[in-house]
Design a protein around this ligand. Structure first.
Ligand SMILES: C[S@@+](CC[C@H](N)C(=O)[O-])C[C@H]1O[C@@H](n2cnc3c(N)ncnc32)[C@H](O)[C@@H]1O
Ligand SMILES: [Zn+2]
Length: 373
């Protein structure tokens, strides 16, 4: 393997040299003999901060590739006991080298994630697969200690964002057509799937931090034992319904085939999670403790991102709206976002979409501001 040394966070790591594995001047991390994606640094930086805030001492990373994530959790987030695994023997040899290089104390295995997860327990299981995390959910949930955490990255955007409705039905149970606010629908379909898989084991999986960025969703959930707790989460489920004609959108417990305002055809996503995406105290602590993470390469991006999440937090159980889609359906020029939000008053931008906004105002009030801004 052609290796180079890189620094990420406080770790010094050997990873495959991207230049040696380019094809026709192009690069895809999946072509490397051991996966390493420099574009995921933001995801790992945010995860390091949260793992440290949650005071996680014991972490399992069953799909660890170069080991970068788990190694950083031990170096930067206070994780003491670390379990790393990968099915690829080259990855295992590289994570062994990287662990030694960073004086990491870890148990490292070379096996199938699902089977190794049945032989361990951990406070946090961090799942970072190629594509969908669904095949690994049950074994991961099974390995998590009571009141522990599951962290999940999902890069299978086509089923989750409505471009592959059949794949969504197969993997996530849901019906998923492409809503104008499909990024939020996607993360909520993913969360509902995790809640349901957890409920089948009498576990309650409550999201405490969820976001969309670049080409992935990331969700962290608190996992507690208890059938009743699991039942109460399953009550908070429904459908996003959007009119393809007038742009009206509504959240319902059941599917509605035509728009209550104009009788136009509706497009539907769900069943999906309708509850909170963030635990307020964690977001506040995250922001308050950012000062200790100024060394991070993505520090300014993380800070900007958290400022955005803080703004949208008061509206976290209402879905965002897509300003471009509404303006085009109402056949008006696209208003300037700042002016439009000022007009609405109780509203904010959203991290989900540059052209999205969240508000507690009614659809009629939104339309009025679109006309006048
Ligand atoms: C997206 S990469 C993980 C990246 C890593 N967590 C990081 O932050 O750089 C997914 C890894 O899962 C491994 N993998 C795929 N299927 C697996 C399985 N069934 N059991 C264990 N590892 C598997 C692949 O070899 C690959 O290294
Ligand atoms: Zn309508």
């Amino acid at each position: 393997m052609n290796l180079i040394e890189i620094t990420e966070g406080k770790a010094k790591l050997l990873v495959p040299d991207p230049k040696a594995y380019e094809k026709d001047g192009k690069f895809d991390p999946a072509w490397l003999p051991v996966f390493y994606n420099p574009k995921m640094v933001f995801n790992r930086d945010v995860s390091v901060i949260i793992t440290s805030l949650l005071k996680v001492k014991e972490c399992a990373e069953p799909l660890a590739a170069s080991g970068v994530r788990g190694i950083r959790y031990q170096l930067e987030a206070g994780v003491e006991s670390l379990f790393l695994n990968d099915i690829n023997p080259l990855a295992v040899s590289l994570m062994n080298q990287n662990s030694r290089k960073n004086h990491i104390n870890a148990v490292i295995t070379n096996g199938d994630a699902s089977s190794v997860l049945y032989s361990i327990t951990a406070q946090l299981v961090d799942l970072d697969p190629f594509g969908s995390p669904v095949p690994f959910l049950i074994p991961s949930l099974n390995a998590i200690r009571n009141n522990g955490y599951l962290a999940v990255t999902a890069t299978d955007l086509s089923p989750l964002m409505g471009s592959a409705p059949n794949a969504c039905k197969r993997k996530y149970i849901g019906e998923n057509q492409k809503l104008s606010f499909n990024k939020e629908a996607g993360v909520r379909i993913l969360i509902y799937k995790i809640i349901q898989e957890a409920a089948s084991l009498d576990l309650a999986a409550r999201p405490i931090f969820a976001f969309f960025r670049d080409h992935y969703f990331r969700v962290i959930l608190n996992i507690k034992r208890g059938a009743k707790l699991a039942d109460s989460l399953l009550d908070n489920v429904g459908f996003y319904i959007e009119c393809s004609v007038c742009g009206f959108a509504v959240v319902e417990k059941n599917r509605i085939g035509s728009c209550p305002r104009c009788n136009g055809k509706t497009i539907i996503a769900g069943p999906l999670w309708l509850g909170s995406l963030w635990e307020n105290s964690i977001i506040e602590q995250f922001y308050a403790n950012l000062g200790s993470f100024q060394y991070l390469y993505t520090f300014n991006r993380v800070k900007k991102f958290m400022q955005m999440i803080l703004q949208e937090m008061p509206y976290q159980t209402t879905h965002y709206w897509n300003l471009t889609s509404l303006a085009s359906k109402r056949k008006v020029n696209l208003p300037k976002m700042e002016k439009f939000i000022e007009c609405l008053g109780k509203a904010s931008r959203t991290h989900f979409d540059e052209l999205g906004f969240k508000t507690s105002k009614s659809f009629d009030e939104i339309l009025e501001c679109i006309k006048t801004s």
